[in-house]
Design a protein around this ligand. Structure first.
Ligand SMILES: C[S@@+](CC[C@H](N)C(=O)[O-])C[C@H]1O[C@@H](n2cnc3c(N)ncnc32)[C@H](O)[C@@H]1O
Length: 418
């Protein structure tokens, strides 16, 4: 079986996330990078539970099963390869959607929105089913995740996705899962303690952090800078036991309010047997109340400096980096006893955009390995042997996350306790 994992706005990070998700959930798969940055091909011997998988991934808006290749884009060819006639179940209202995109930029615009609309209508005619509905993109040739989701793909409608690989060579796919946009919006905006627009950690990035830990289902994850608890909430949804601390009593309170809201609002999605412990703790002081040798992983955004919308001066940046380094080293020293051996520590540290250049912490790049407290090593995020331009920011094992207009970016690093 071959699946295409379509990757979000940061394809390098998202591809690594898929890899780590498979490792942590122990699903055996091979990966083919040849279609990056658009999609990652995942080859498996089993039918994947795509909806459950996509719910656990922050960086994959759509998963489609690759069903074969076509040399011409005709309604007959699509109908045949997709076995469309037999795919509608008895009680399913026949609805299908069709989207088309080109893989390489040199082929872009090789089909117009009108071509795709015509194709949809021709398939509908061939299907010869009364009341069959076809959904085509209103603009362009690709249906957005929101359009697919709102059309009921994949449960109530069948999504056909065609990718032009090169001239007269098309990959035909059936959409297996799309990200549940409503659920993301609710987690992001409806939680009682949210501060929209204030550089808050996006829910999808919180999921990526958790997957980067490669922690197995049911293990215990720690966020030592929990703030309003975005990572805590996502870890709970993924079935982890969670410990969360923050120096600020107000932030501890916010995490408690948000996690209570999550449990009460989505009781069916949270396993009541799992523990969530939230308390105040200055990470520069010895840890109290966390049992030795009890944590499987740390996933944390860390301190990113003062919240700001404007570019910082070189002096200000230098100060933030010095403080970040102190906090990182204090964290690693103080959690050493509570981490199990082999535990992973995934943290984000700040990077800054200055004059369209990105300034990353110097200690992250050159000195991190040299000055790490004893017992830790840096573990590259990009898997061994993965070479692709999508990973060009990933120097020294770290990966950058930042919106194109963001002044503060996040530099993600993974360490391992030896
Ligand atoms: C960028 S915020 C984390 C936001 C969080 N990811 C969320 O979802 O809201 C960083 C947090 O680090 C906390 N912090 C700063 N210094 C700390 C220290 N010495 N020990 C523990 N927490 C600290 C701050 O109170 C703040 O809540």
């Amino acid at each position: 079986m071959e699946y295409a994992f379509f990757l979000g706005s940061n394809p390098g990070l998202s591809a690594v996330e898929v890899h780590d998700y498979f490792k942590r959930t122990k699903i055996v798969a091979d990966f083919d990078l040849s279609r990056l940055p658009k999609y990652l091909i995942v080859k498996t011997n089993e039918n994947l539970k795509c909806q459950a998988i996509i719910d656990g991934l922050g960086g994959t808006p759509m998963i489609a099963q690759i069903i074969g290749e076509l040399s011409e884009l005709s309604a007959e060819a699509i109908l045949e390869i997709a076995g469309l006639d037999n795919r509608f179940s008895e009680n399913q209202k026949p609805i299908f959607s069709i989207s088309f995109e080109t893989f390489t930029t040199s082929l872009s615009d090789s089909k117009s929105p009108r071509d795709i609309r015509t194709l949809g209508i021709q398939i509908k005619k061939l299907l010869n089913k009364k009341g069959c509905r076809v959904i085509v993109p209103q603009t362009g040739t690709v249906l957005s995740t929101a359009q697919l989701f709102n059309s009921g793909v994949p449960f109530k409608a069948i999504g056909i996705h065609i990718v032009e690989l090169e001239k007269a060579r098309y990959s035909a796919m059936i959409v297996s899962a799309v990200q549940d946009i409503d659920f993301y919006t609710r987690r992001d905006r409806e939680r009682p303690e949210a501060d929209p627009g204030k550089g808050m950690l996006p829910v999808k990035l919180a999921q990526i952090f958790i997957n980067f830990t490669k922690a197995e289902i049911g293990s215990k994850i720690y966020d030592p800078f929990c703030g309003a608890g975005t990572i805590v909430a996502e870890a709970m949804l993924q079935g982890f036991n969670v410990v969360a601390t923050d120096i600020s009593l107000r932030q501890v309170e916010r995490t408690k309010i948000n996690t209570d809201w999550l449990k009460n609002t989505f009781p069916n999605l949270i396993d009541p047997r799992k523990n969530v412990l939230v308390m105040a703790q200055d990470i520069e002081k010895p840890l109290r109340e966390i049992e030795n040798n009890s944590l499987d992983a740390v996933a944390s955004e860390g301190w990113l400096g003062p919240a700001t919308n404007h570019e910082l001066s070189a002096f200000e940046i230098e100060n933030v980096f010095v403080r970040t380094q102190q906090l990182l080293y204090a964290l690693l020293n103080n959690i050493n006893n509570v981490l199990k051996s082999g535990a992973t520590v995934v943290v984000a540290l700040p990077a800054f955009r200055v004059d369209k250049r990105i300034v990353r912490a110097p200690f992250m790049q050159e000195e991190l390995r040299k000055f790490l407290p004893k017992g830790y090593s840096v573990e590259n995020l990009v898997p061994e042997g993965w070479v692709n331009p999508a990973f060009r920011d990933a120097g020294q094992g770290m990966m950058l996350y930042g919106r194109p207009d963001a002044v503060i970016l996040r530099d993600i690093v993974r360490l391992r306790k030896n």
